[in-house]
Design a protein around this ligand. Structure first.
Ligand code: XUL
Ligand code: CO
Length: 440
């Protein structure tokens, strides 16, 4: 069912898997959805999702220039008509790519109204339409979220705003976004705190703001649970941009916050590659910190530009980087609650619709190739054993006693005295790194 009755991507059909020797840019070379990789298919390891805002709303204006992208579904002066067209374009592309999840902000689906009531009506209308399309095509949201950063009212933050009136408005917006997410059967719900932070500490009470943020998240959680939302809430860390400093700086900062305010049972982390880079970490680091605490919820797939410090949100294409990340994901049993959301955009000068399609095909293929390589590293090489062996001294003798909490500081001294200077043991970084290139 479409309202326009037309296709937005008429030149392309369903993208098929053709194998690695194919030179067809409109085919997968590695992403064979049904290929078994260990106990799961590739499709299950990589629950791909399309980002509604980047792929169907981003017209590539920047601080230096006007929009460059003329997206055909956006051309109408009626907001509802635009929203229907956008949904038609999104579902057509998802079906052609074989992606059955999408992620959205409330006002990606339809423009915000002039007041709360009008926004609510608009969300009702578009979610009725989306639900019909979902049922017809077997597609559902991986997560929904509320855009608490674009409207000028949020210039000083949403849940961390010094003014309670703004916090309450943000609450109203999250309530509606949660209602829509529940109605659309969204698997999870995200909070990304783009303006939850400060521009200067000179005029900011970080203590009040963080306590309010925790209370805000608790009431959102309570409302969701009371109204039948069974999924997981995710916090998406990012250190800066648009704020100078954002409270959800990185995975470990968010974990400290969640444990402090006892939110860890309902909330996990949505880890984004480019946000890790901005925090001065690798993506692997952020994944590992989340997994170490059993708190990895989902990932936003993209990559930054290593020559600058912006959130460029480029499509993921670096196989080495991805293989390392997939190694961690596979070692830890996969992504349980969420999936792989392409929070990525084509360049400002990539103005053909084809660019959007190719970007997704190449990104999906890169992830598939990395998953297969990571699985082979884990099953055909000594990687896991090498890593385990570095810690073998803690599995026997006094090392084990220490791990079991049986030794005190004096015991450590006695051991050190008895055994003299420790031998040098190489960390073997080069050998570990070489493995990745052997298998990709
Ligand atoms: C911004 C970002 C957001 C979140 C959802 O950097 O990543 O799009 O993923 O609000
Ligand atoms: Co993101």
């Amino acid at each position: 069912m479409t309202t326009s009755g037309k296709e937005f991507f008429p030149e392309i059909g369903k993208i098929k898997y053709e194998g690695k020797d194919s030179k067809n840019p409109y085919a997968f070379r590695y992403y064979d959805k049904d290929l078994m990789v260990g106990e799961k298919t590739l499709g299950k390891w990589l629950k791909f999702s399309i980002a509604y805002w980047h792929s169907f709303g981003n017209i590539s204006s920047d601080p230096f220039g006007k929009a460059t992208k003329a997206l055909p579904w956006l051309y109408h002066n009626d907001s509802v008509k635009v929203a229907y067209n956008k949904a038609d374009a999104a579902f057509e592309l998802m079906a052609k790519l074989g992606i059955d999840h999408y992620c959205f902000h409330d006002f990606d689906l339809i423009d915000e109204g002039d007041d709360l009531t009008e926004s609510e009506v608009r969300l009702q209308i578009i979610s009725d339409y989306l639900l019909e399309k979902q049922n017809e095509m077997g597609i559902r949201p991986l997560w929904g979220t509320a855009n608490l950063f674009s409207h000028p009212r949020y210039m000083n933050g949403a849940a961390t705003n010094p003014d309670f009136h703004v916090l309450a408005s943000a609450g109203a917006q999250v309530k509606n976004a949660l209602d829509v997410s529940i109605k659309l059967n969204a698997e999870n719900f995200v909070f990304w705190g783009g303006r939850e932070g400060y521009m200067s500490i000179i005029n900011t009470s970080t203590k009040i703001e963080k306590e309010n943020l925790a209370r805000f998240l608790s009431v959102c959680r309570d409302y969701g649970r009371k109204n039948g939302f069974k999924g997981t809430f995710f916090i998406e860390p990012k250190p800066m941009e648009p704020c100078k400093h954002q409270y959800d700086y990185d995975v470990e900062t968010v974990l400290g916050f969640l444990y402090k305010y006892k939110l860890e049972k309902d909330f996990k982390l949505n880890v984004e590659v480019n946000h890790a880079t901005l925090a001065g970490h690798t993506f692997e680091h952020e994944l590992q910190m989340a997994y170490d605490n059993n708190m990895l919820g989902s990932i936003d797939a993209n990559r930054g530009d290593m020559q600058n410090g912006w959130d460029t949100d480029q499509f993921p294409i670096d196989i080495f980087e991805l293989t390392h990340a997939m190694l961690i994901i596979l070692e830890n049993g996969g992504i349980v609650d969420g999936g792989v959301n392409f929070d990525a955009k084509t360049r400002r000068d990539s103005t053909d619709l084809e660019d959007l399609i190719i970007a997704h095909i190449a990104g999906m293929d890169a992830f598939a190739r990395a998953t297969i390589a990571a699985y082979r590293i884990l099953t055909e090489s000594n990687y896991a054993e090498w890593k385990r062996n570095r810690y073998q001294s803690y599995s026997k003798g006094l090392g084990k006693d220490f791990s079991d909490g049986k030794l005190d500081l004096e015991d450590l001294k006695d051991f050190a005295l008895e055994h003299g200077e420790p031998l040098q043991i190489s960390g073997k970084q080069e050998r570990f790194e070489q493995l990745i290139s052997m298998f990709i």
